[in-house]
Design a protein around this ligand. Structure first.
Ligand SMILES: CC(C)(COP(=O)(O)OP(=O)(O)OC[C@H]1O[C@@H](n2cnc3c(N)ncnc32)[C@H](O)[C@@H]1OP(=O)(O)O)[C@@H](O)C(=O)NCCC(=O)NCCS
Length: 178
C-alpha cells in the first residue's frame, strides 16, 4: 500500500502498538465468542497503560533475535499512526511468530501478508517456524494456512484466556516446516 511504510519498531512506537493490539484483538475475541463485557474486562485501561510501558522497555532491550515490525501511515493527517505489526522471534531450536495484527479497516488488503513476509524473511532460514492461534480464530487460522502453516495437532489452554463462563479459549499450535 502506498501510504504505508513498514519498519522496525522503536520504543516510541509502544503506545501505538498497544492501541493496535487492543483494537485488533477485540475483533478476534468477538470471533472467538466473547461478549463485549468480557472483552472490556480483559483490556482495562490501567492494564493497557502498564503493558505499553513494559513494551517500551522491552523494545529498548531487543536483540537481533526479537523482530518487531510496524506498519505506519505516511500521509499528512495520520503520519506515524501504527496500523499493523508483526512480532517474531529466533530461538535456539526454532523460530516463532508471536503476534500479527492489522487494524480492522486495513484487513483484506494484503498488509498482514506483507508484514508477515518481511518478518519471516528475517528469521533463521534453516529452522521450522511455530505459532499459537485461538482455535476459534478462523480468520487467523485461514491466513496462516494460506502462508503454508499446518496444524501440529497440539492443543493447549491458558488461564489468561478465560471467559466469564470459566471456559478457556483453546489454542492451536501451527508449524511451517523448513
Ligand atoms: C489474521 C489477520 C492478520 C489477516 O489479515 P488480512 O488483512 O485479512 O490478510 P491479508 O489481506 O494480508 O491476506 C493475505 C492473503 O491471505 C489470504 N487470507 C487471509 N485470511 C484468510 C483466511 N481466513 N482464509 C484463507 N485465506 C486467507 C488472503 O486472501 C490473501 O491471499 P492472496 O495473497 O492470495 O491475496 C487479520 O485478520 C487480523 O489482524 N486479525 C486479528 C488478529 C489476529 O487474528 N491475528 C492472528 C493471530 S495472532
Amino acid at each position: 500500500m502506498n501510504n504505508i511504510k513498514i519498519e522496525k519498531a522503536s520504543p516510541s512506537d509502544a503506545y501505538g502498538i498497544q492501541s493496535l493490539t487492543i483494537e485488533s484483538s477485540r475483533e478476534m475475541y468477538k470471533l472467538c465468542g466473547w461478549t463485549e463485557e468480557e472483552i472490556n474486562n480483559h483490556f482495562p485501561l490501567e492494564k493497557a497503560q502498564k503493558a505499553a510501558e513494559g513494551l517500551e522497555k522491552g523494545i529498548a532491550n531487543f536483540t537481533d533475535d526479537n523482530i518487531l515490525l510496524v506498519a505506519k501511515m505516511t500521509d499528512d493527517n495520520n503520519e506515524g499512526k501504527v496500523v499493523g505489526c508483526c512480532f517474531a522471534e529466533k530461538h535456539e531450536d526454532k523460530n516463532t511468530i508471536e503476534a500479527l495484527y492489522v487494524m480492522p479497516e486495513f484487513k483484506g488488503a494484503g498488509l498482514a501478508k506483507e508484514l508477515y513476509d518481511k518478518a519471516h524473511g528475517l528469521l533463521d532460514k534453516n529452522k521450522d517456524t511455530y505459532l499459537d492461534v485461538f482455535s476459534l480464530n478462523s480468520r487467523g487460522v485461514g491466513f496462516y494456512k494460506k502462508q503454508g502453516f499446518t496444524e501440529t495437532g497440539k492443543k493447549t489452554f491458558d488461564e489468561r484466556f478465560k471467559g466469564s463462563n470459566g471456559e478457556m479459549l483453546e489454542i492451536t499450535e501451527m508449524i511451517l516446516l523448513v
